[in-house]
Design a protein around this ligand. Structure first.
Ligand code: CIR
Length: 252
């Protein structure tokens, strides 16, 4: 898929009040904003038309916009985020996406966009603490008639499927050792992320450029072997809130 657009939301001053399992301390709101700005610049420099929505202090996790929708060529599916504190985030995203795409909604269950990996006409969907079977069934009902295959992957480590498994071009997945054993991923080449550098598994592929978090040298070396353009960007404050680089945008 060739990406031309991205939608993001400025992190609110309340971003340290969001959900997290990380024990890395509170993020600095100002530094979060700087790291966010650096990320926005990367996407714009890659030629994407970037829409940056205003901060939404009532939703401390609101800048993790990836979880509010699944955007595919044919439509944008508004999710029903699995964390109660995040349920209200979708309302303001829907009209933004409606400027570009037909809109569909999950008819039941829960889903976070961070659990949905799209590669061509295939979806890999994480069954996680945020995405349940009812949500996946509702998702399937929307995308299978459009010719997509859906594989369900149980998420046992990390917050979302894409915390651990991402497409990095060249028919290759960047993923952890456990996920690599899953039959659904057998059609792809694998680059295994070491346990120490697990966070770098959340690397973002945009039109044959990889955006990967700064400070993960071994993974960087592995990615360099793919021969793609690579950009690193600082993630420290985002990581403190269990966020990664894919979480900060919706791309289409
Ligand atoms: C949360 O727990 O929901 C946020 N603090 C982090 C969400 C990260 N989103 C993503 O990986 N797609």
């Amino acid at each position: 898929m060739h990406y031309t657009h991205a939608i993001l939301r400025i992190p609110a001053s309340t971003c340290g009040d969001g959900l997290t399992t990380a024990v890395l301390g509170k993020p600095d709101a100002q530094l979060t904003r700087l790291q966010f700005n650096a990320y926005v610049s990367v996407l714009s420099d890659l030629g994407l038309t970037v829409t940056v929505l205003p901060a939404s202090p009532a939703f401390p996790d609101g800048h993790f916009v990836e979880d509010t929708a699944v955007v595919m060529p044919e439509l944008a599916i508004i999710t029903n985020p699995g964390a109660p504190s995040r349920a209200g985030e979708t309302a303001s995203m829907e009209p933004e996406l409606a400027r570009f795409k037909s809109i569909a909604h999950l008819s039941s269950g829960h889903m976070d966009g961070g659990d949905v990996l799209m590669i061509d006409k295939r979806f890999f969907v994480g069954l996680s603490n945020r995405t349940d079977l009812a949500g996946i069934a509702a998702f399937k009902a929307l995308v299978e008639p459009l010719g997509y295959q859906v594989d369900v992957i149980e998420v046992n480590g990390g917050l979302h499927l894409k915390s651990l498994v991402n497409y990095v071009g060249r028919n290759t997945l960047l993923l952890d050792k456990n996920s690599a054993r899953h039959r659904a991923f057998a059609d792809y080449e694998h680059l295994i992320v070491s346990q120490e550098e697990e966070y770098a598994g959340n690397t973002l592929w945009i039109n044959d450029t990889l955006i990967t978090p700064e400070g993960y040298g071994h993974t960087l070396q592995q990615l360099q072997q793919l021969g793609l353009n690579i950009i690193t960007t600082p993630p420290s404050e985002i990581k403190k809130m269990d966020g990664g680089l894919t979480c900060l945008s919706l791309r289409f």
